[in-house]
Design a protein around this ligand. Structure first.
Ligand SMILES: [Zn+2]
Length: 415
C-alpha cells in the first residue's frame, strides 16, 4: 500500500521503505534502511532484505513505500501553549479570555503543530484546564494533534508574568498549588521565576520566588514524580531555581557566564525559544504598538546574539520550543544552525533531546522500542536544515496522521 491510503487500526507489522533514516541516536542519516513497526512501536531499523526479506508474505509484513524520502523522528516541541497566538499580541489577555474562545483557537493551533511534524508537545501554562482536556481528547482520537504533556496553569506570584488568572506565593500555598495540579493529572509543573519579554513592567533578571519557595515547589513535585520547569531569563531568577533542583530553565535570553556555569554544573536543561523572539511574526508583530515590550525584544535579541556561543561551548543539554509559534518549530533548528550548531546537532535538539528532557528515551528516537512517531521529509536535512520544513507526511504511533495531500487524521492511542 502507499502512505496515502487509510491505515487506521492496521494490526499487521509494516515495513516503511525510504531513502534514508535519521534515527536520533547515531546523529547520522543511514542510507538504505527502513523501519519495521508493530503495535505503534519501532521493532527494528535496518535494510529491507534483512528485516523483511522472503518472510514478508508468510509473516504478513506490509510494505509501505515512502519513496525517495528521508525519515526522521517526530519533532518534540518542548515548550508551547495550545491556545496562544503571539502574532496577535497581548498574550496574557489571550489567556484570560473565555474557555470556549480559547478552545476553538486551540483546535486550529494543534492542527498547525501536527502539520509541521510535531508529534509530541510539552505545554507550559494554560487556563481553564484546556490543556488537560485537549491531551485526553487527542489520546481518545477525538481531536487532531500531537501527543500532549501538560502543566496546567503555571505558578507565578500575584501580578507577576504568567499569573494570568491569579498568582500564588508562599511555601504553603505553593505546595498546595503543586498538589492541586498533580491531582488533576499534570505531567510536569511550570513556574515563572522572572518576568517576561512579552509583558510590560516585569524584570527579566530578578527572582520572583525565594530559594525557600522554589525548594518547596521542587520537593512537593518530586513526591508526585513530577519535574519542574522555570520560565527564567537571567540573573538570580536563573541561579535560584538551578541551585534548588529545577529540571529546566525555559527561554534564558539573558544568561550570564555565571548562570551558564551553574546550569552546566547542575546538569540543568535549557529550552530555547527563539522563534517567538526573532521571527517577524512573533512578539515583534503582536506587540508592535507597545514600545516597552519592543524595547525588551531588542534587549533580549542582542543578549542572545552576544551570548549564544556560551551555550554552544557548554555542555548544557538543549531542547527547543516554539512558545506558541504553532507550525514554526523548524525555525528553531534553522536558527541554531545559523549560530554554529551542525544540522545533525540541531535535528537531535528537535527530536532526541525533547524525549530526554521528558525522561523518555522512546520519544524522539527511531530505534527498537521507540514510539513509531516519525516525519517523512522530501529533502536531506543534514545537507540543508531547511528540509525540516519540507514535511511530506507524519506518522504517530505508526499511523498516518498527516497525509501527503494534507489530510489530517485523529487517532486513538492506548495509554
Ligand atoms: Zn511559554
Amino acid at each position: 500500500m502507499t502512505d496515502t491510503e487509510s491505515d487506521q487500526g492496521t494490526p499487521a507489522p509494516r515495513f516503511f521503505r525510504a531513502r534514508a533514516v535519521f534515527d536520533g541516536v547515531s546523529g547520522k542519516l543511514i542510507d538504505g534502511v527502513g523501519l519495521l513497526v508493530e503495535n505503534g512501536r519501532v521493532t527494528a531499523v535496518g535494510p529491507e532484505n534483512e528485516l523483511v526479506g522472503a518472510a514478508a508474505a508468510s509473516a504478513g509484513v506490509e510494505i509501505v513505500d515512502l519513496g525517495d524520502a528521508f525519515v526522521v523522528p517526530g519533532f518534540v516541541d518542548s515548550h508551547t501553549h495550545v491556545t496562544i497566538r503571539p502574532g496577535e499580541g497581548n498574550q496574557h489577555w489571550q489567556l484570560v479570555q473565555p474557555a470556549v474562545w480559547q478552545t476553538i483557537r486551540g483546535v486550529e493551533n494543534l492542527r498547525r503543530m501536527l502539520r509541521s511534524g510535531v508529534t509530541t508537545a510539552r505545554t507550559m501554562t494554560e487556563e481553564h484546564d484546556i490543556d488537560f482536556e485537549f491531551r485526553d481528547a487527542i489520546a481518545r482520537g477525538e481531536v487532531v494533534g500531537p501527543r500532549l504533556l501538560v502543566s496546567g496553569p503555571g505558578m507565578s506570584p500575584p501580578g507577576g508574568h504568567g499569573s494570568a488568572a491569579g498568582g500564588v506565593a508562599g511555601v504553603g500555598p505553593l505546595r498546595e498549588g503543586v498538589q492541586k495540579r498533580a491531582e488533576r493529572g499534570a505531567n510536569h509543573i511550570k513556574i515563572f521565576t522572572t518576568g517576561g519579554v512579552s509583558s510590560a513592567g516585569t524584570s527579566l533578571g530578578e527572582s520572583n520566588y525565594s530559594a525557600e519557595e522554589i525548594a518547596a515547589i521542587v520537593d512537593e513535585a518530586a513526591k508526585y514524580g513530577l519535574t519542574v520547569g522555570a520560565h527564567a531569563h537571567g540573573g538570580p531568577g536563573v541561579d535560584l531555581p538551578v541551585e534548588n533542583g529545577i529540571h529546566t530553565i525555559e527561554h534564558g535570553a539573558l544568561l550570564t557566564d555565571q548562570n551558564v556555569a551553574r546550569m552546566d554544573a547542575a546538569g540543568t536543561w535549557l529550552v530555547l525559544t527563539h522563534t517567538i523572539l526573532f521571527h517577524p511574526e512573533g512578539i515583534e508583530q503582536g506587540d508592535a504598538a507597545e514600545p516597552s515590550i519592543i524595547a525588551k525584544v531588542m534587549e533580549a535579541r542582542a543578549s542572545v546574539e552576544a551570548g549564544i556561543h556560551r551555550i554552544l561551548e557548554s555542555r548544557i543539554p538543549v531542547a527547543l520550543g516554539t512558545d506558541s509559534m504553532h507550525g514554526y518549530l523548524g525555525f528553531e533548528a534553522e536558527w541554531l544552525v545559523a549560530h554554529g550548531w551542525t544540522p545533525s546537532e540541531a535535528l537531535l535538539a528537535l527530536t532526541r533531546n525533547g524525549g530526554r528532557l521528558l525522561e523518555d528515551e522512546t520519544t524522539g528516537t527511531l530505534a527498537s522500542g521507540s514510539r513509531a512517531d516519525f516525519v517523512v521529509l522530501g529533502a536531506d536535512p543534514l545537507a540543508d536544515i531547511r528540509a525540516v520544513y519540507d514535511v511530506v507526511s507524519v506518522y504517530r504511533d505508526g499511523r498516518l496522521v498527516v497525509a501527503p495531500d494534507g489530510t489530517l487524521t485523529a487517532i486513538a492511542v492506548q495509554p
